[in-house]
Design a protein around this ligand. Sequence first.
Ligand SMILES: Nc1nc2c(ncn2[C@@H]2O[C@H](COP(=O)(O)OP(=O)(O)OP(=O)(O)O)[C@@H](O)[C@H]2O)c(=O)[nH]1
Length: 234
Amino acid sequence: MTNMRPPSKNILLKVVILGDGNVGKSCLMNRFVSNYFDANSFHTIGVEFLNKDIQVDQERYTLQIWDTAGQERFRALRTPFYRGTDICLLTYAINDRLSFRALASWRDEFLRYYDVNPDHFPFVVVGTKNDLPPAQREVTPDEVAQWCQEHRVTAYIETSAKTSENVATAFALAVQKWRKLERSTERELRAQGHDTIDLMTSVNLNANRNRFCCAGIGGRSTTATMQDDDDYPN
Ligand SMILES: Nc1nc2c(ncn2[C@@H]2O[C@H](COP(=O)(O)OP(=O)(O)OP(=O)(O)O)[C@@H](O)[C@H]2O)c(=O)[nH]1
């Protein structure tokens, strides 16, 4: 028997953003959650999170988005937060080849601290800063497509937190990817004759919609309230 969620409840998904320092992880999150871009964004220390409600394919989700510090010296502060992740965004900047080369090590670090089957986990590769002029581009879409093929990652998108281009789409894509994997797992279980229950973490956050807050480890404290369902395809 499948337990159905009441229609009023959102599906809560934990989304972790990983990538080298300075690629634009904080800006990506802030553009998505608060529609805000900071040209002088500071390094994140440890982790920070913000929540955002969205609707994708007629389902309501609350994304709990964890922005992590990309610098090596903060590794011990960020890795404890990988457990329980539903979606992992692997980010690089299109004008920073080293950040692209680092994608594999970010994926490895994630898998070292959260032991999931990489072939059955929604990794999404997100290129940032695609507003920059072509002359500054150091990573081509073809190279990224090839990397994704080699690492069996099926979702890839280029974004700009500065112009907003593809920012909402990147998160919607990640949710769709998660949903697809969830459905295929359910199908496999049914095919094996297992009864399935809906293991999706679902919470009704309506009562708290106006305040989600987090104190990062030492970093900025962040608060956000947003509801931008219109950004998403229904
Ligand atoms: N042109 C452009 N610049 C961006 C974009 N996103 C971020 N930046 C700039 O890139 C720099 C780093 O952005 P952050 O969001 O702080 O980078 P981060 O990945 O969170 O960095 P760490 O906290 O050190 O891991 C800042 O100066 C941003 O203004 C973008 O889409 N376009």
